[in-house]
Design a protein around this ligand. Structure first.
Ligand SMILES: Cc1cc2nc3c(=O)[nH]c(=O)nc-3n(C[C@H](O)[C@H](O)[C@H](O)COP(=O)(O)OP(=O)(O)OC[C@H]3O[C@@H](n4cnc5c(N)ncnc54)[C@H](O)[C@@H]3O)c2cc1C
Length: 386
């Protein structure tokens, strides 16, 4: 049986970020293993995501986590070398509100400014002036991120984190965790589907949409499950200058991706998912009509292709669960990020590494996202879930 000080279940963005920070920033000298069932990451949320980053949250902790993500991107070459690049396009988010949502947008903006986020509120006239391709007649307000928001390449981020962690000794084991062994109030190791056993000093759940299933292997209830999200790739002939990632009051979102655009919306019916079938009716019935309304030039758009991925959906409050289990102290969660886990993976990695090395959060206090709130059923209210 192999034995490691830290075993991480799941080696995509969050698991690899934890491995990266453990092996780099904090002087940790113990051994690290990452167990990943699919080293091609074909179905990971990380590689199927829209890979965008924003400061526009209503919770300080979420703003701070994403702000660290931006700082991490800006510091990429110092950390990973001159050739490092995640293709960060700092083109902003534009969150739109009708009269009904305007008050919330203003309240969120106040908090975001207090947190140092570079977000500008725009009334209907300013929206029409700045985004001439936008239909504004039914809009009251927009919030635009002038800097610190945009999109990037998820594969590049994952590759950088993973390679750097491996270079410093983290071992990636190809296998599926199918059992967790406990001794009283401690986890002692995991069993793989192959029958192999791996013993662990600390076990970290970074299993993304499967985090609830992994927690259940230790008899623990974690309200995280896979929920399907479809991404549609569309072409539009018209030029739409300065288009940021735009979120309509209906929840339909769109952003440029090179020469084309990607878009989507969370479905009204949102059950636990196991398949990766694209819901084309969602595009025909919801996304396209809304885009054609909001951006008249998009009436003539052309659907090129689409894919489906799974959110790591926290059914309690769509926010991360980060921290140790209150009774099984050597089991740490880094789960449930829902639609904002990729941008928060650098901050989550640093936070979990700090918990292991210092037994507490050091750089950023994420106590709010602890498992205790799951046990007591107290959701964290984040108003900007996309
Ligand atoms: C369509 C879509 C759009 C999104 N858009 C954004 C966005 O714009 N911005 C953003 O920040 N976030 C976005 N997200 C969310 C983001 O992708 C996730 O929150 C984030 O990638 C979670 O990373 P993770 O490493 O925890 O999970 P994952 O990337 O899913 O990785 C989990 C890994 O664990 C492995 N695993 C699972 N179970 C086991 C097991 N038993 N044994 C071994 N390995 C196991 C899996 O194979 C997988 O590789 C989006 C998600 C989707 C689906």
């Amino acid at each position: 049986m192999s034995s490691y000080d830290v075993v991480i279940v799941g080696g995509a963005a969050v698991g690899s970020s934890i491995a990266y920070f453990l092996t780099h920033d904090l002087g940790f000298t113990g051994s690290v293993a990452v167990i990943e069932r699919d080293l091609g990451y074909t179905r990971a949320a990380t590689t199927l995501s829209a890979a965008s980053i924003r400061q526009q949250f209503s919770t300080s902790e979420n703003i701070r986590m994403s702000a660290f993500g931006v700082a991490f991107f800006r510091d990429l070459k110092t950390r990973f070398g001159a050739d490092a690049d995640v293709g960060f396009r700092e083109c902003g988010y534009l969150l739109l509100a009708s009269e009904a949502g305007a008050e919330t947008l203003v309240a969120n903006h106040t908090l975001q400014r207090e947190e140092g986020a570079d977000i500008l509120l725009m009334d209907q006239v300013a929206l029409a002036d700045n985004f001439r391709w936008l239909r504004t007649s039914d809009l009251t307000l927009g919030a635009f991120g002038r800097s610190g928001e945009g999109w990037f390449d998820a594969h590049s981020l994952l590759t950088l984190l993973r390679n750097a962690a491996r270079d410093k000794g983290a071992r990636y084991i190809h296998g599926e965790v199918s059992g967790i062994e406990c001794d009283g109030k401690r986890v002692t190791g995991v069993t793989l589907a192959s029958g192999e056993r791996v013993s662990s000093g600390t076990l970290i759940n970074a299993a993304g949409p499967q985090a609830g299933e992994v927690a259940a292997l230790a008899g623990i209830a974690l309200p995280v499950e896979p929920r399907k999200r479809c991404v549609f790739v569309v072409a539009c002939r018209a030029v739409l200058p300065g288009m940021p990632l735009m979120v309509d009051p209906t929840g339909v979102w769109i952003r440029p991706e090179g020469e084309v655009y990607i878009c989507g919306v969370s479905p009204a019916e949102d059950p636990r998912a196991s398949d990766f079938e694209v819901d084309h009716a969602l595009f025909d019935d919801v996304v396209w009509p809304m885009l054609a309304h909001r951006v008249p030039a998009m009436e003539a758009l052309k659907l090129q292709r689409a894919w489906a991925g799974h959110y790591d959906y926290n059914t309690l409050d769509q926010n991360a669960v980060i921290g140790p289990h209150p009774e099984i102290g050597n089991l740490i969660f880094a789960n449930g990020f829902s639609g904002h886990g990729l941008q928060q993976s650098p901050a989550a990695g640093r936070a979990v590494a700090e918990l292991i090395v210092h037994q507490k959060f050091v750089s950023l206090d994420l106590t709010l996202f602890g498992y205790e709130r799951v046990m007591s059923g107290r959701p964290v209210k984040e108003l900007n879930i996309i």
